[in-house]
Design a protein around this ligand. Sequence first.
Ligand SMILES: Nc1ncnc2c1ncn2[C@@H]1O[C@H](COP(=O)(O)OP(=O)(O)OP(=O)(O)O)[C@@H](O)[C@H]1O
Length: 290
Amino acid sequence: MEYALEIEGLCKSFSKSRFALKNISFSVPYGSITGFIGENGAGKTSTMGAILQTLHIDSGSIKIFGERIAEAKKEINNHIGVVYDAMNFSGNLDVIKLSKVFRYLYHNWDNQEYFNYIELFSLPKKQKINSFSRGMAMKLSIAVALSHGARLLILDEATSGLDPVGREDVLEALLKFVRDQKGAILLSSHITSDIEKVADTLVFIKKGEIVLKTSKNDLLNNYAIIQCKENELNDLRLNGIIAYKNQTDYVDVLVSNKNELPAKFHKKNFSIDDITLLLNFRRLKQVGIP
Ligand SMILES: Nc1ncnc2c1ncn2[C@@H]1O[C@H](COP(=O)(O)OP(=O)(O)OP(=O)(O)O)[C@@H](O)[C@H]1O
């Protein structure tokens, strides 16, 4: 499998806080979307900062398009599209004037594609950008990221603040990008239903550590959340217990091998949010796909 992004053993501690990224490792293959999931302050933006070299790392290796970023040429930035929450373009410009700026900035700027997205996202062409709402500004950032021949998109909370129709349009555009251009996307979002819709792989981060990496198919086909008595936990040890949380008179357990479960255990329907909640409690072991 070929990877657009490979992170291996990334560590970073901050002098001004006790937070640290601890041995972060995961990869994003071409033609796929990786959902990056974790509670506030888990380390998603910091990891993205390390990828984009806005954050200096202590150790580890980050490769983009097979090249270590520390040694890569600046040209590599032409092929990375970035969207994050506080993105701001020069506010006095409008959508049309902005396209003229980007034509000079990006070698592979595709004006036709840009205006297709402007239409799709229903953005006004002649309104100054500083009068855009937050959602409009996010859509504009996404249109730009998709219009300069990027092969890797780093999207930090790119769908937050968008209405349901806008989110649907953006998710469709992202799926098209990975399908038609074989691009790769790392997408963080607190709207886990968005991730559930489009991601192929899920990476869960908690307190600066990756606690679970799995493909969505593996999650749907093999994982389950079940309820049992505490003294039954032992019966589940062959089912790959990932995490559990003690409730008042039972235990919620996340297992990675539901197909071999003893018949007495009832499987609950679950969402990514349920898994995130469980992973934030007791984690028994780390599992992952290579
Ligand atoms: N420059 C810095 N100096 C000290 N601590 C920092 C710095 N930047 C980030 N942190 C800390 O790193 C931790 C992780 O922050 P980060 O923004 O990566 O989390 P996140 O997962 O993106 O959270 P959210 O979902 O709220 O955006 C936080 O505890 C934050 O205070």
